[in-house]
Design a protein around this ligand. Structure first.
Ligand SMILES: [Zn+2]
Length: 709
């Protein structure tokens, strides 16, 4: 799930629903608790299998290929996917469990619980393709007519408030970027005082995945923007416009969105919380953007009074104000009609859904075919009613034993972090002491929330998928806004239980591992420790390291943006961080010729990958010691535990990925592609060279190896 704040997650594929018809993440889990046999279609879960190693290849030359090559060859990307990884079987497995819950809940009998009624009727309406087809674009008409009837720019404000309720785009976001019309609005913890929730106004307004898509001038980017224009035109036609009108309307949309993109703070600058922590009073906001009736907007979204407001990028609002003044009302009406059509497309007729898919999934991400309807409806239900649907998943797929074992691993890895902080030579005792206070302040959340979200105010019927989605979106939007001025709810999660992902929340200072990822191939009860530490252990270490990466280190134990580093220690940190960002500023042939990764965008994730691996390996070593074993003892199949650790790590990242989506990720996403998440990490580690006997001069032994944690 995607909220406009700093959340550091594990995986790269968190694309908005409008892009992939889902919020996709990746990876595994297995029959650790529930069992795959419980599900009807029993999708195949991947299990760690060292016989998949390609012994024709040299592990010291390209470890990812060595560990993954056979799997990659045997597992091409299905036409309805944009990537296919060892975790994809788990994704399907989790969705099967959810589907069975949804189907069972959809039977219209009076014995259903309130939760079953919501998820069952949501499912029924979503699966009713003929009903959706018969309604045509009629459900859109009231929205389009209301926009058409606006007679002055003053009236735009209330329409914005309405749009912000209507579609998930208003609150769903991908990697710290909202695609909310005009701008984003939500409640969030104050940067300087994390015990307070204040209102935040964020830049937004785009429909493409990021500002680069509008402003880059290379041939491929120009061509993509042109295709986007053609898509907008086609969508206007499908919504009932004549060709000539649709064509000029598309030009207006491109012009306005491009201007908004130019005004946006870029995604590297946004990574530094100091750059977005701009406090303003309401009077200052009124003066910043007088074309918006802010009092009317706040009333329209039922926002409680806020101590102050965080305006993430004042320059964006200055530019948007200028655009509001310069462009005629008709242009803004066109922009708003587009936002409605675009936001509703995945919930409407086949023609609109297909056209939306054709551009946002096929052209932008390379997906050849739509996912089957059931998978799209399952993902939509997970997004809209996730904590209702997730309850049954936890019951069926996540045991108390799995939770206890995970927690033990988390504690071991936290101890490894403490030992690391205490032994590094570049930090002074004063800063080390502060770091340990922060580490001890981290709260570990495993599996699912301690109390479930109450959806009783969300009206769900069997009649209209679009209306249900609108209800759920409004609920979620208002839920965030209503937090303003209230005490922080520390128990809340921002991912649903079946999600295959994990995150660190710097303002709550929590690490969070949904039940969905605590499954094979990430975590498996029957596997030895070396395998589990290489896969889920690395994930745990990754999230823990986020608390101490170049962004996370700026927050203290209480989640406040406060500099607890001495100047000298900060300098030492930055030198090590720069080693990482320089290393990952690299060519990415997987995404196309000439495509280059920006190591400044991915620095935090890359730091977490490297640190996570060290911590997991050190924790494994300590665990083995307790059992009277060492890393270099032979485990099963003739491999040492050290080797099994690295093989399991690489195995959990094996992914075939389409070049289109690779390009999308490199352009907009803070995570590196899987091959680099493996090869760059191991090439920085003498412990890896030791495992496979790699020598200086070989590719997996980097001359200037980087190490932060
Ligand atoms: Zn991460």
């Amino acid at each position: 799930m995607f909220i406009p704040r700093f959340i550091f997650s594990l995986l790269f594929l968190t694309l908005p629903l409008a892009v992939l018809g889902q919020n996709a993440t990746v990876n595994l889990a297995g029959a650790s608790a529930g069992s795959a046999e419980e599900t009807k279609s029993g999708p195949k879960l991947e299990h760690f299998d060292p016989t998949l190693v390609d012994k024709e290849l040299n592990p010291c030359d390209d470890f990812y290929k060595y560990a993954c090559n056979k799997w990659l060859t045997a597992n091409p990307i299905p036409p309805d996917q944009v990537y296919w990884s060892t975790g994809s079987g788990l994704e399907l497995w989790n969705e099967n469990v959810e589907r069975e819950t949804l189907e069972a809940s959809s039977k219209n009998d009076s014995k259903r619980s309130a939760v079953q009624q919501k998820i069952g009727d949501y499912w029924t309406a979503c699966m009713d393709e003929s009903g959706i087809e018969a309604a045509g674009v009629k459900p859109l008409q009231p929205e389009l007519e209301r926009i058409g009837a606006l007679t002055s720019k003053k009236e735009i404000t209330l329409e914005i408030a309405r749009l912000h309720h209507l579609f998930p785009g208003a609150w769903e976001q991908s990697d710290n970027q909202t695609n909310s019309p005009f701008f984003g609005f939500t409640g969030q913890q104050d940067y300087d005082d994390a015990s307070k929730v204040v209102a935040q106004i964020d830049q937004g307004g785009l429909s493409l995945p990021g500002r680069d898509y509008y402003i880059k001038t290379d041939e491929k980017s120009v061509e993509t923007l042109k295709k986007y224009g053609a898509h907008v035109r086609k969508m206007f036609v499908l919504a009932g416009e004549k060709e000539a009108q649709a064509s000029s309307d598309a030009d207006v949309v491109i012009e306005l969105e491009t201007a908004l993109a130019r005004a946006q703070m870029d995604n590297v600058k946004r990574r530094d919380p100091k750059n977005v922590n701009n406090k303003m009073s309401l009077a200052e906001i009124r003066a910043l953007m007088p074309s918006i009736d802010w009092d009317g907007y706040l009333k329209g979204v039922k926002a409680p009074a806020s101590d102050h407001y965080i305006v993430t990028s004042p320059d964006f609002f200055r530019a948007e104000e200028k655009l509001l003044v310069e462009h005629p009302l008709e242009h803004w009406k066109t922009y708003m009609r587009w936002q409605v059509i675009h936001g509703a497309a995945p919930f409407l007729t086949k023609a609109m859904d297909d056209e939306n898919f054709d551009f946002f999934a096929r052209t932008l991400a390379g997906q050849e075919r739509q996912l089957p309807r059931w998978r799209r409806c399952t993902r939509a239900a997970d997004r809209d009613l996730g904590e209702a649907l997730g309850q049954a998943y936890v019951d069926r797929a996540f045991t108390p034993e799995s939770k206890a074992r995970t927690l033990e691993m988390v504690h071991g890895i936290e101890q490894a972090m403490q030992d690391d902080i205490q032994t590094v030579t570049w930090m002074t005792p004063a800063t080390k002491e502060q770091a340990i206070v922060k580490l001890k302040g981290i709260e570990d959340k495993i599996g699912y929330p301690s109390h479930w979200r109450d959806y009783s105010s969300v009206k769900i019927t069997r009649e209209s998928y679009l209306a249900n989605m609108g209800q759920a979106s409004a609920f979620e939007f208002e839920r965030w806004v209503a937090k303003v001025g209230k005490p922080v709810d520390r128990g809340e999660w921002t991912m649903t239980p079946p999600t295959i992902n994990a995150y660190y929340d710097p303002q709550l200072n929590t690490i969070n591992f949904p039940a969905g990822i605590l499954q094979p191939p990430f975590f498996e009860k029957g596997m030895d420790d070396s395998v589990n530490y290489g896969a889920i252990g690395m994930v745990i270490g990754h999230e823990l390291t986020h608390g101490f990466d170049d962004q996370g280190r700026k927050f203290d134990a209480h989640g406040n943006l406060r500099d607890w580093w001495t100047a000298e220690d900060a300098k030492q940190y930055d030198e090590r961080g720069k080693c990482i960002s320089d290393e990952y500023t690299q060519e990415v042939p997987e995404a196309g010729p000439g495509v280059k990764q920006n190591g400044l965008l991915t620095q935090g994730e890359d730091t977490a990958d490297n640190g996570g691996n060290h911590l997991a390996l050190n924790a494994l070593e300590a665990e083995l010691k307790k059992q009277g074993k060492s890393l270099d003892d032979k485990g099963q199949d003739g491999w040492t535990y050290r080797q099994r650790f690295f093989l399991s790590f690489a195995n959990s990242w094996c992914s075939n990925i389409r070049p289109e989506v690779a390009r999308l990720i490199v352009t907009t996403n803070p995570h590196s592609l899987p091959i680099f998440r493996v090869d760059n990490v191991v090439s920085n580690m003498p412990e890896f060279a030791q495992a496979f006997g790699c020598k200086a001069g070989q590719k997996m032994v980097r001359a200037n190896a980087c190490r932060v944690w």
